[in-house]
Every structure is written in structure tokens, then in C-alpha cells.
Design a protein around this ligand. Structure first.
Ligand code: HAM
Length: 427
């Protein structure tokens, strides 16, 4: 087939009508969990000053170094399409004086994010993310709560074999010291590292722990572990987080190599992955951690914070491979409205609208003219009550109700249909 003149950009995709139902289900689940935990929705602009991410996400991260969509506006500002939400939310917290509100401030959001990554399974250049953020609280119970909520979302969506990997990467007191120990360990084994890690050795030795290259695995296995080098404060924080996870009976494992690729993290970091039976993986579904220095770094007060974000496209991809499709509105309906003839079609459209106002879901296929075809559709949807609006009915302002289970029919006056059907579907 010849190449189409216009296609979506590499790494970007349409969410087609048939997939909307999955996205809706995921979004509804996230909203339900967020509401229950009393998180308020926030929406930040898709475009921000590039500096928000340069400083926030970190100039040395893959995201900022290689993946950010940046451009100069006609006015001369350097702006970026958001690659994630956390720095935007921290910026908004500062800009809107949210430190004056009762703390902590609990926020959630979702929407498109942009990263110019190499496209592969579950990796897009435009993807939907949701984010849960708590600002203004240092208590480790918040870390526990964020992990619990992240787990809840996936559990409610019927994910199985979930693993929560956790680690602590310390803070500005203990991490520099650990970095020195780690650097000296890797330096003496430099030739055994991949070329990327040899570069990382200079810039950020912690990222070597994250490397997926075969070559680096053996070197990593013998590396010193940060949990053995945490300062008292970070050690006690981490211990309490794990106690919360134990109490909540969350299936976590300690992963001393988990460092996460963003610069703002302090103390707790975590990721949730699903290990499927067939070994297929979409990668990390949800990742997050504490970021106690970010608000200050962006010009605000010293504000501890913790959060997580999940990839909605990845979650949907997995749901599509295994779960029966969630039901649509049409499938939720208990009533089918069938019509025959022009006048009946016009009147049924009005009646359909009356059902909408009364909040009663009704299925229809107005574009069909054959009654047989419409009854077949009703049958396929498994609907018991079919309202038949034919020519005679339209002229005499009544409608025929057919019980599809028994085949019995009865006439109902048009102005009584909505109230009568309301009673019927209640029973
Ligand atoms: P992240 O690990 O960069 O963290 O992204 C979170 C999730 O977004 C990933 O686990 C993945 O599911 C999804 N994701 C990331 N990149 C892509 C992509 N190219 N295509 C599809 N899905 C993707 C953050 O963004 C942090 N803001 C998390 C956080 C919130 N930490 C504290 N608060």
C-alpha cells in the first residue's frame, strides 16, 4: 500500500472510538480513588516555560537532555510541552500561594504528556499520564498512602501479579557521600561497564544502577547499596514507610538498584510493574517517590512532597490484551427504542431525548429502517424491553411495549411512556 499523505507523527496515536471505553474506565477508576482519598483535581497548561522542567525534572535527565519538545515562541520565550506533571504542579503550588492553605495539599491530574523517545511497546511520544501529588507533608504515612493509592488503581482495574519495588535514595545529607563510595567502586571496574555507563560515571553514578545493559548487570550485583549508607533521618523514614506497607499488606520487594531517572527524588522511590504469565511487559505502569527539594528549587519555600504518576496508555494496552471489553452506554441500556416510518422516527428522536432528561439509558438504531434488523440488535444487546414506535402508534400517540423474554406486548400512551418505563426498570 502506498504511504498515506498524512499520518500521525511517529510515536503518536489516535485514541479511536472503540478504545475510548478503556480510557474512560481507567480515568473513572483514578478519579474514584483520588476522590476517596480527598485529592483535589488540578489542570495545568500543556505548555510551560522550559526552565520549569530544566530545573525541576533536571538538566541531566534523559527527559530534559534528549526527549523534551522545546521551542521558542514568537515572543522569544523558550517553552516546552510538558514531559510530566510534577514540576508543573510544584510551580502552580508556588504561584498560587498554596502554602497558605491547610497542609498537606493533595492534588491529582491527568492528561497528555510529551517525550521524544524512541517508540517501542508502551512507549509513545504523546501519552496520557495521571499524577497524584501531596505537597507540604513529610510524614512517611504519605509515602504509604501514595503507594496504596497507586496499587488500588491497578487492583481495581483487575491487574494481577503486581509487584511494588521500593528503595530509598537518601537526601542531600547522605547521597553525596554514597555517590563517592559508588563512584570509587565503579571506577575500579570501568572497563566492564557499557559506554553509556562510563559516561554516567562522571555525571550521575546512581544512574548506572538503573542500566538494563547485560554487560553492566554483573558489576551492579556487587555494588554497594544505598540503604546501608542512609543518614539516620532517611533510615528512620524508610523504616517507617516499610512498616506502613507491611501493615497495608502491600506486595512490595526491596530493589536496591531502583533509583528512577528524575533528579528531584529524595528518600522513597517506588515503581509498580506487572509480571504477566507470558512474560510480556509494558514496563513500569506507575512510578513515583518523595521530592522534598523540588518546591524550593523552583523558588518556593522548603516544602516536603511525595507523589506518583502512571501511564494510562500502558494500562489500557494491557487491559485490551486480556479483559473483556468494558460495557458501553448502549450495552448498559435496559430499553431499546425501535421505530418504523418517517413520522415515527421523528417522534422517537424526541422521545429518546425525554429519556435522556429522565436519565434513563436507552439503546436505539435510528439509522435503520427495518423493524426486524432493529429487533435483532435489541436481541444482541440482551435487552428485555423494546418500545416499538410504528406508523399507527405515531398517528395515535401511543407506543407498543414488547417483552422480549415472553413475547407479550402492550400499548402505552406516549405521555406516560417515560414514567411507566422508569417503574419497569426499577423492578
Ligand atoms: P515517570 O516514571 O517518568 O515518572 O513516568 C510515570 C509513568 O508514565 C511511567 O511509569 C509510565 O507508565 C508512563 N510513561 C512515561 N513515559 C512514557 C511514554 N513515553 N509512553 C507511555 N507511557 C509513559 C514521572 O513522570 C513522575 N512525574 C512521577 C512522579 C509523580 N513522581 C512524583 N510524583
Amino acid at each position: 500500500m502506498s504511504k498515506l499523505k498524512f499520518q500521525t507523527l511517529t510515536g503518536m496515536h489516535d485514541v479511536l472510538p472503540e478504545d475510548q471505553i478503556y480510557f474512560k474506565k481507567v480515568n473513572k477508576t483514578i478519579e474514584g480513588v483520588a476522590n476517596y482519598y480527598n485529592f483535589q483535581r488540578i489542570d495545568t497548561p500543556v505548555l510551560e516555560m522550559a526552565e520549569v522542567f530544566l530545573k525541576g525534572t533536571g538538566a541531566g535527565t534523559d527527559i530534559v537532555e534528549k526527549e523534551m519538545y522545546t521551542f521558542r515562541t514568537k515572543g522569544g520565550d523558550m517553552v516546552a510541552l510538558r514531559p510530566e506533571f510534577t514540576p508543573s504542579i510544584a510551580r502552580s503550588y508556588i504561584e498560587n500561594g498554596m502554602h497558605n492553605l491547610p497542609q498537606p495539599v493533595k492534588l491529582w491530574t491527568s492528561g497528555p504528556c510529551f517525550r521524544h523517545e524512541k517508540p517501542q511497546a508502551g512507549r509513545y511520544r504523546q501519552f496520557f499520564q495521571f499524577s497524584l501529588e501531596v505537597l507540604g507533608e513529610q510524614n512517611p504515612s504519605i509515602d504509604g498512602q501514595i503507594i496504596q493509592m497507586s496499587y488500588d488503581v491497578l487492583k481495581e482495574l483487575k491487574f494481577k501479579n503486581l509487584t511494588i519495588e521500593v528503595n530509598s535514595i537518601g537526601d542531600s545529607e547522605c547521597r553525596p557521600y554514597f555517590k563517592k563510595i559508588l563512584t570509587s567502586y565503579f571506577k575500579s571496574r570501568k572497563s566492564a561497564l557499557c559506554s553509556d555507563c562510563q559516561r554516567r560515571l562522571k555525571e550521575n553514578p546512581l544512574r548506572i544502577l538503573d542500566c538494563k545493559e547485560e554487560k553492566c548487570q554483573r558489576v551492579k550485583a556487587g555494588a554497594p547499596q544505598i540503604i546501608d549508607h542512609l543518614c539516620d533521618h532517611c533510615h528512620s523514614h524508610f523504616k517507617q514507610v516499610l512498616e506502613f506497607l507491611d501493615e497495608l499488606q502491600l506486595p512490595y520487594t526491596l530493589n536496591p538498584c531502583l533509583v528512577r531517572g528524575l533528579d528531584y527524588y529524595t528518600k522513597t522511590v517506588f515503581e509498580i510493574v506487572e509480571k504477566s504469565e507470558d512474560g510480556s511487559s509494558q514496563g513500569t505502569l506507575i512510578g513515583g517517590g518523595r521530592y522534598d527539594g523540588l518546591v524550593k528549587l523552583l523558588g518556593g519555600r522548603d516544602t516536603p512532597a511525595c507523589g506518583a504518576a502512571g501511564g494510562i496508555d500502558r494500562i489500557v494496552n494491557l487491559m485490551k490484551t486480556r479483559e473483556a471489553k468494558p460495557t458501553s452506554k448502549q450495552e448498559d441500556a435496559k430499553i431499546f427504542l425501535a421505530q418504523l416510518g418517517q413520522m415515527a422516527k421523528r417522534k422517537s428522536m424526541k422521545l429518546f431525548e425525554e429519556f435522556r432528561v429522565a436519565k434513563i439509558p436507552v439503546a436505539e438504531s435510528f439509522s435503520k429502517d427495518s423493524l426486524k434488523a432493529q429487533l435483532r440488535t435489541a436481541n444482541k444487546l440482551g435487552i428485555k424491553w423494546v418500545l416499538i414506535f410504528g406508523q399507527k402508534e405515531a398517528l395515535e400517540d401511543f407506543i407498543t411495549l414488547r417483552d422480549m423474554d415472553t413475547g407479550t406486548q402492550k400499548a402505552i400512551k406516549l405521555d406516560k411512556v417515560v414514567s411507566e418505563m422508569k417503574q419497569k426498570i426499577k423492578n
